[in-house]
Structure formats: structure tokens, C-alpha cells
Write a protein that binds this ligand. Structure first.
Ligand SMILES: [Zn+2]
Length: 182
């Protein structure tokens, strides 16, 4: 936690190269505080079928409730909600955070959702705008698929694809070696 703040221009991300995973979409400074927006990408864009609206909606209710009740991170959760493209969710957290910081939280959230039984929280006409559009079975399947990616993530599942390959930084040893060869 508390790593050096950097600008993450999420709008430059090539969605054709994006994999499923948990990414830092952006960081915003509000006064002295930093807020981190995470891209919880369940479906690989233009590769996997997008989520059904009933799954998105059920997951929104189940995961938002779980996240806000998490004893460790609950108070830092500002917002959790779906992307309009139905390939994932946004999670907004107070603090200057990395994907690795919140990976255990997101893991247990989707583990919880994948095994969820009973009444979906907030799924009544009084509490929700269209509570009939929920599909628990599809939600559980989507949650299980995402959980399986998160439990053994590769670099490509935690960091956005880099647009231009960066020049590799030479270590001091390598720099010295180069000098000797000349
Ligand atoms: Zn709702």
C-alpha cells in the first residue's frame, strides 16, 4: 500500500489486447486524498461473450454488499458497479492502491458470489429499480470463472497491456559489463 502515485491513462488501453483480470483504471486526487478506480474485467473484450444483464445485476447486488461488509476494507469502498459494456465492473476505493493490494479482497468477494445461496440482497421492488432482472445461476458461473483467474494471476491479469514496449532498464552490473566490452 501507499506506493508512489502515478498517472494511469486508462483511456489509452487497447481493449483488443486486454485480458481478463484486475487492473488499476485510474487514480484521482481529491484534496489531499487519493481514490483508486479498479477495472474488474471478467470477460475478455471481443473474445468472450459479455455477461447477461441478469448476471451483471445479481453480481452487482451480491458483490457490493459483500465488499461494504468486509471487515478489513469495507470502509474504504466508495463504489462498486457494472460497466455498460457488460465485460466487467468498476470498484472505487479510497487510497493510493495497487491491484495486488486489493487482490485478496476481490478474490474473496467473487468466491463468496460463486457459492451464493438464498435471497439476493436488495432484490425487492422497494430497494431496486428492476429487481426481476437477476439470474443467480449465471452470476455464480461468471463469479467462479473470474475467481479462477484471480487465484493464479499472471502479470497480464493485473496490469494493463503496455502500449509501447519500454526500453529495458539496465542494472548497474549490466551497464558496467557494456563498458568493458567497448
Ligand atoms: Zn438493482
Amino acid at each position: 500500500m501507499g506506493s508512489k502515485m502515478e498517472t494511469i491513462p486508462s483511456f489509452t488501453v487497447d481493449h483488443l489486447k486486454l485480458k481478463s483480470g484486475l487492473f488499476v483504471a485510474r487514480k484521482d486526487r481529491i484534496g489531499d486524498a487519493v481514490v483508486t478506480t479498479f477495472d474488474l474485467r471478467l470477460k475478455r473484450p471481443y473474445h468472450d461473450p459479455v455477461m447477461d444483464t441478469g448476471s451483471v445485476h445479481a453480481l452487482e447486488h451480491i458483490c457490493a454488499t459483500y465488499l461494504r461488509n468486509d471487515p478489513l476494507w469495507g470502509e474504504r469502498v466508495i463504489y462498486f458497479g457494472p460497466m455498460g459494456c457488460r465485460t466487467g465492473f468498476y470498484l472505487i476505493m479510497a487510497g493510493d492502491l495497487t491491484s495486488e493490494d486489493v487482490l485478496p479482497l476481490v478474490e474473496r468477494t467473487f468466491d463468496f458470489a460463486s457459492d451464493f445461496e438464498g435471497e439476493i440482497p436488495g432484490a425487492t421492488p422497494k430497494e431496486c429499480g428492476f429487481c426481476v432482472d437477476m439470474d443467480l445461476e449465471l452470476a455464480k458461473a461468471d463469479a467462479a470463472m473470474y475467481y479462477n483467474i484471480l487465484i493464479s494471476p499472471k502479470k497480464e491479469n493485473l496490469h494493463y497491456p503496455v502500449k509501447k514496449p519500454r526500453k529495458p532498464k539496465l542494472s548497474k552490473e549490466e551497464q558496467n559489463k557494456g563498458g568493458e566490452d567497448d
